[in-house]
Ligand binder design. Structure first.
Ligand code: NAI
Length: 789
């Protein structure tokens, strides 16, 4: 007989299998065949595909594949349910969300086992992490439902939301999508990933059981084509997607110009940064959670280890030692660390990447040890001796593969951390609080965990920078993503007005008299050497502006990127600059009003009012600069999550044709107030209102490169901005057709985009003076910091 002392000596595991019985019984009760959940009922199964257990390849059930007609039926049900659901009091909606949370807790074991069977992730994770977080999400959002009126006054739900989720956290992603949507008063059509539909179907059953009004939640199952049918359905008001960056871009293009709200939570290649003074044993445990949690199939997985050179050898040795103790095997066994990947195709994807990586060099380490004979298993792997250009260091692997690189200085660590197209998350490990809090703001990522990793909570926003997507889930920002200002929903199409925009440009000999471009704080001649004339309302020649082209835009973007240090100016400093701009514009208001009048033929009063409002707007955003700030969230863990408001980066702005000064100022002011740098394209018809602004900029202490102005054909210049990878956000005021094109092109690097889509925005409306544009000028970074005993 083994003595207890001997067990302690060897720390041998004994298997502790969870019985699959109740989950298999639930499947059997449904004849192992499922239809969709539409209008409160399951439909009869149609064309089906198999859902299998990746741990052993056995079929679990047949799932229906929704075609366009099924999606349409679901959307109709959601639409019919919308008015009743959105008009319920917040308290009534809260009770439903609360009832869902309670049911999830009651059935938590069934959910956990079913999730493990369907997905292959260890039962320890589904039982202790996924399902409890799902319940927490519904509880948290029950609260929002009730407090909406006070927290988001004058906001309304979008309507019908189409939601498409991945397979790595099937029920948790469902909760992240459905809870805020319902709290806000939307109804939903959700599609789970084709590999993992079962817990969504059990969830549907719970919705019916608690008496959720029919049509509020509809679940349609299927693969990419079903997703496409949701994305392109004309009666869906908002799309929320989590999945690959590749599909995220497809969805951005497909929804361009549709006016559908859009949030994208995409891939990542998140850095895990270990400094020499870190608690190395804790960091090793953190790393296990960062990259081997859920077999590495985590969008925010800490898949790139960056370790300080002085401790590299020791730390790598510790990791290898720890890797030897990771147990790979049956996910229903409670003593398993690494379960099965979701499907054979995912195993293939990971192994193909490893093969490609091996061809590029590097050292590969995997512990020996028993592996199951069949099923979708991949050994934990560590790759060292590679450079940042290596495929495995840059591509999202989405498997149990860690790549390690070293750095010498904190600055080098930041550069390596940011050397990626993604920006989802980062972990920073050091015992030096100053160092941690110096590094966190420099990393371009939506979430930064200090001395911790993979922390999630309903009260804390989650989402990415750059090609990791836009929009947040969780927290106040996550709620905001399911609401719209009531006034915006009521906007009508603007009347089609023709303005005297001269189409032909003529080579000019008098180019020195022409208003030049404004790039990097200096007036610059347009690359083309051409100018365009500006006409008065009655068609007379008033002056000329430079005819900017692609090259000028590229120069302007370069200048704007070089000026990004503006975001480090204090908010007080930015406010002062904006006040100064307002003051200097006010000095010259008569001159500006005359200019507006001569170009547009408007009345003296109207022209003066436009200038006055422009001054007022500069003051308004100066006032906001140091007030539109973040929050400290209070998640259940002994941590605080500090929601920092950060700028988007370089924002391209195409100002509206009409209200040439007020429109340009209304967009420019919030962008620079929040620390962005800008490339502004003035109204094609009335550009002089903005070129006259150069002197105001020059006399107002605006640092070089913070505002760059390129005149010319607004549409073609904006197109270049939308395509440019050095531009992080694009705002375009113009027709529906042009807005559609700009949104489509913005998909290239997943820019945050905002367009007016030909709608009649009233630039004088005070609604454009606050949070509406400030929130578009910013993105939230949540920094998790251990706090309290
Ligand atoms: P995917 O992005 O294709 O699938 C995610 C969801 O989108 C699924 O529900 C799928 O049916 C749906 N979908 C696919 N094509 C669509 C389309 N054209 N229109 C609308 N919906 C569509 O991800 P996939 O192929 O399952 O995994 C591939 C890779 O993507 C992974 O290896 C991983 O690198 C990454 N990925 C990242 C995730 C994340 O959370 N960031 C989640 C899942 C995958």
């Amino acid at each position: 007989m083994t003595k207890v002392a001997e067990i302690f000596e060897t720390l041998e595991y004994g298997p502790a299998p969870e019985a699959p019985g109740p989950a298999l019984d639930w499947l059997a009760a449904h004849g192992r065949k499922f239809g969709h959940f539409i209008d409160g009922d399951f439909t009869r199964p149609g064309k089906t595909f198999a859902s299998t257990n990746p741990a052993n390849g056995e079929k679990l059930a047949d799932i229906s594949e929704a075609g366009k007609a099924d999606v349409d039926k679901a959307v109709k049900a959601a639409r019919a349910a919308f008015s009743g659901w959105s008009q319920l009091s917040g308290f009534e909606r809260a009770k439903y969300l609360y009832a869902i949370a309670r049911q999830i807790q009651k059935e938590s074991r069934l959910f956990a086992v079913l999730e493990t069977l369907d997905n292959g992730k260890p039962i320890r994770e589904t039982r202790d992490i996924d399902i409890p977080l799902v319940a927490r999400h519904f509880y948290h959002h029950a609260g929002w439902a009730q407090h909406l009126g006070k927290s988001f006054p004058d906001h309304v739900p979008y309507g019908v939301c189409g939601q498409i989720i991945p397979w790595n956290f099937p029920l948790l992603m469902l909760a992240w999508k459905i809870a805020p949507a319902l709290a806000a008063g939307n109804t939903v059509v959700l599609k789970p990933a084709e590999f993992t539909s079962l817990t969504a179907l059990l969830f549907a059953e719970i919705c019916a059981r608690i008496g959720l009004p029919k049509g509020v939640v509809n679940i349609v199952t299927g693969a990419g084509e079903t997703g496409e049918a949701i994305v392109t359905h004309p009666d869906i008001d908002k799309i929320a997607f989590t999945g690959s960056t590749e599909v995220g871009k497809i969805i951005r293009r497909a929804t361009a110009g549709s006016g559908k709200g859009l949030s994208l939570e995409l891939g990542g290649k998140s850095p895990f940064v270990v400094f020499e003074d870190a608690d190395l044993d804790s960091a090793v445990e953190g790393l296990v959670d960062a990259i081997w949690f859920n077999q590495g199939q985590v969008c925010c997985a800490g898949s790139r280890l960056l370790v300080q050179e002085s401790i590299e050898t020791a730390f790598i040795a510790k990791i290898k030692q720890r890797m030897k103790t990771l147990r790979v095997g049956d996910p229903l066994d409670k003593s398993i660390d690494i379960g099965a990947l979701v499907a054979p195709v995912q195993v293939e994807r990971v192994l193909d990447l490893l093969k490609a990586g091996k061809a590029e060099g590097g050292e590969f380490y995997s512990p020996d040890g028993d592996m199951p004979q069949k099923g979708c298993y991949v050994r934990p792997t560590l790759v060292t001796g590679i450079s940042p250009a290596h495929t495995l260091a840059s591509e999202e692997i989405f498997g149990p593969v860690l790549v390690a690189m070293s750095f010498r200085t904190p600055q080098e660590a930041v550069e390596l951390a940011n050397n990626t197209k993604y920006g989802l998350a980062a972990s920073v490990w050091t015992e030096n609080v100053n160092l941690a809090l110096d590094i966190a703001p420099q990393i371009k990522a939506g979430v930064v965990w200090i001395n911790s990793t993979n922390q999630f909570d309903a009260a804390v926003g989650f989402g990415g920078y750059r090609e990791s997507g836009f929009g947040r889930e969780g927290g106040r920002e996550g709620m905001a993503a399911y609401l719209k200002p009531a006034w915006e929903k009521k906007l009508k199409a603007a009347p089609d007005v023709k303005r005297p925009t001269p189409a032909d440009t003529s080579e000019t000999t008098g180019i020195d008299r022409t208003a030049k471009l404004y790039i990097g704080g200096k007036q610059a001649r347009p690359d083309s050497g051409y100018a365009r004339s500006v006409l008065s309302a009655d068609g007379k020649h008033l002056g000329e502006v430079g005819e900017g082209n692609r090259k000028d835009i590229r120069n302007a973007v370069e200048a704007a990127r070089a000026a990004l240090g503006w975001s480090n100016a204090t908010a007080h400093n930015r406010a002062q600059v904006l006040y100064y701009l307002g003051e200097n514009l006010d000095y010259r208001k008569t001159e500006f009003a005359d200019r507006i009048r001569s170009m547009t033929g408007t009345s003296a009063n109207a022209a003066r009012r436009e200038v006055d409002l422009s001054v007022e707007r500069l003051f308004a955003f100066a006032g906001w600069a140091d007030k539109f700030d973040g929050a400290v969230h209070n998640p259940p863990a002994r941590m605080m999550a500090v929601a920092m408001v950060e700028p988007v980066g370089v924002v391209g702005i195409a100002a509206p044709l009409e209200s040439a000064l007020l429109g340009a100022v209304s967009l420019l002011a919030p962008a620079i107030a929040m620390g962005n740098t800008t490339v502004l394209i003035p109204s094609s018809a009335y550009p002089l209102a903005v070129t006259d602004f150069y002197q105001v900029l020059e006399t107002s202490d605006v640092p070089s490169g913070v505002v760059n102005i390129v005149t010319g054909d607004a549409k073609s210049l904006a197109t270049t901005l939308a395509e440019h990878d050095g531009v992080d956000g694009i705002w375009f005021a113009g027709s529906l057709a042009d807005s559609t094109e700009i949104e489509r092109l913005s998909a290239g690097n997943v820019k945050q985009s905002w367009t007016t889509r030909g709608l009649a925005f009233d630039w004088a409306d005070p609604a454009l003076e606050g949070e509406y544009l400030l929130s578009k000028a910013t993105q939230i970074k949540n920094v998790w910091v251990p706090y309290g005993a």
